[in-house]
Design a protein around this ligand. Structure first.
Ligand SMILES: [Fe+2]
Length: 501
């Protein structure tokens, strides 16, 4: 066992020595390891991948030049799994991921020694070729599964919504282990609350006195025996069933179940280790998402409080941001925008005028018409707002709303004079919602317009101020059709103003 980490090399050596009764030897770096391999007649070499001086790949090449038939097993952390794949392609016999389990080591050694014996026995050329082909196909299958895992990880990393992650886990795990039945559920209030199922009824399951209860207590995966009660069906199992816990902060918060393999076989060690890799990686991802959500929500709530305090200074704009957000979400729904865009509207909408914190009360609360200089000051609020959010790295989409909600479709808006599609769609949506609410609210210098008047004004400003597609969508929303409209005062049109300022 070649490893620069004394604990790992001693642990592996001890496992093989005490559990399996092998004679073992250790080396603290690649150079010493290769030297020992020259001097001794080892049956298997285990080597760490990342080591100073001579790394695992170097060790493999050196060992191959000494004895091409000496099996080399690479021991690696998950983060270097793609490197491990390359090492396999270079001719390593197998790889093991850290932290390893006793039976993984044992079964790897048994397999390698078994194959070696097989090769020794099959001296006839065709037999030998058959064995090589079989080994190659096993290797190929293993590589395929690793590649699949890699693809899954890449895919999971691009999803930020836990609901979608649950769905992906079930779909991927069922493909990876080739099962007919799979489910993912959350452990809550004594129930296994299903979030995604394949081949099963979408039904919550009481946990008490089921095998779920056992595994939640042990916090380990559970391979059920035939005849045990299937928690999903409450009937004795007639096929293999396995469940894996998802832990956040050492607590089981969710379970993945897999059952009924398509080929009718049982779950192998390989299946279990693949599923565990998937589960462990995803659990980390979900945990990060949950933590992110907590931090995000806390921050958004603080910022919302700030906006409420700005709006509270001015009785005419009270609750403006919340209404604008509600209208904008209705438009987003009609436009069928992505969940990500809707989330940005939900939070960005509440914050769109946050920059007004930087505008003097004398201007913000002025009852009369604003002078050019005062207007110029007010028009700074998108930039001020953007600057407030900029240091909070995780608001890129929300910032687009804050910065661009006063841009006009023809390029005549502020602060950047963007036009058409240059203006992010979420900002174009907010702009219509903002204008509608501004017009249908009473302002110090004019009373509120009626729904019909505001609608007419918005239609009049299509192509100039607004995107036609967004306006059309708005006209289909509950608020746009007047179904949802807030209380309004019917008064003659006030002076022409910049809508939504
Ligand atoms: Fe604004």
């Amino acid at each position: 066992m070649i490893d620069d980490d004394p604990i790992t090399r001693q642990l592996l050596s001890d496992i093989l020595c005490t559990v399996d009764g092998f004679q073992t030897d250790v080396a603290s770096n690649g150079i010493i390891g290769v030297q020992k391999a020259k001097e001794n007649n080892y049956e298997i070499i285990f080597t760490d991948l990342t080591m100073p001086e001579l790394n695992g790949l170097g060790v493999l090449k050196e060992v191959q030049s000494i004895n091409p038939h000496l099996p080399v097993v690479v021991v690696t952390g998950l983060s270097t799994i793609d490197v491990a794949i390359n090492v396999m392609k270079e001719g390593a016999n197998d790889f093991i991921t850290k932290p390893f389990k006793i039976n993984t080591i044992t079964s790897t050694v048994e397999r390698i020694l078994g194959e070696k014996k097989l090769l020794d026995r099959m001296s006839a050329k065709e037999h030998y070729q058959g064995a090589v082909e079989r080994l190659n196909s096993e290797l190929f299958q293993k590589l395929q599964k690793i590649n699949l895992l890699q693809a899954i990880n890449t895919e999971l990393n691009s999803i930020y919504d836990n609901g979608k992650i649950y769905q992906t886990i079930v779909e991927m795990a069922s493909k990876l282990l080739l099962v007919r039945e799979a489910s993912f559920g959350i452990v809550e209030d004594g129930y296994f609350k299903v979030k995604k199922v394949i081949g099963l009824k979408e039904k919550n399951v009481p946990i008490k006195a089921t095998l779920f209860e056992t595994m939640i207590k042990s916090r380990r995966y559970y391979l059920a025996n035939p005849g045990e009660i299937n928690p999903h069906t409450e009937l004795p199992l007639e096929y293999p069933f396995i469940a894996f816990p998802f832990l956040i902060k050492e607590e089981v918060f969710g379970l993945l179940t897999l059952a009924n393999k398509i080929d009718g076989s049982s779950f192998t060690d390989d299946d279990i280790s693949l599923a565990l890799t998937l589960v462990n990686n995803t659990a980390l991802r979900i945990e990060n998402n949950v933590l992110y959500e907590i931090v995000y929500n806390n921050l958004v709530n603080s910022l919302k409080a700030l906006v409420i305090s700005i709006e509270a200074r001015d009785p005419y704009t009270r609750d403006h941001s919340e209404r604008v957000t509600a209208y904008a979400l209705q438009i987003a729904e009609v436009l069928n925008l992505s969940d990500e865009d809707k989330d940005a509207i939900k939070f960005g909408g509440s914050l769109h005028d946050i920059g007004k914190i930087g505008i003097r009360d004398g201007i913000l609360l002025k009852p009369g018409k604003l002078t050019e200089a005062e207007l110029a000051d007010i028009r700074l609020h998108p930039i001020i707002g953007d600057n407030i959010l900029k240091p909070l790295m995780f608001f890129p989409k929300e910032r687009e709303i804050v910065r661009y909600h006063h841009e006009h479709y023809d390029g005549g808006g502020y602060p950047d004079g963007l036009a058409g599609e240059q203006i992010p769609i979420i900002a174009r949506v907010l702009s219509v919602a903002d204008a509608y609410d501004a017009m249908t609210s009473t302002r110090p210098y004019r009373k509120a317009l009626s729904h019909e008047q505001a609608k007419a004004e918005i239609i009049r400003c299509v192509h100039v101020q607004f995107d036609e597609a967004v306006v059309n969508a708005f006209l289909l929303t509950p608020v746009g059709t007047g179904v949802d409209s807030k209380e309004k005062l019917l008064t003659p049109l006030g002076q022409k103003e910049n809508l939504g300022t």
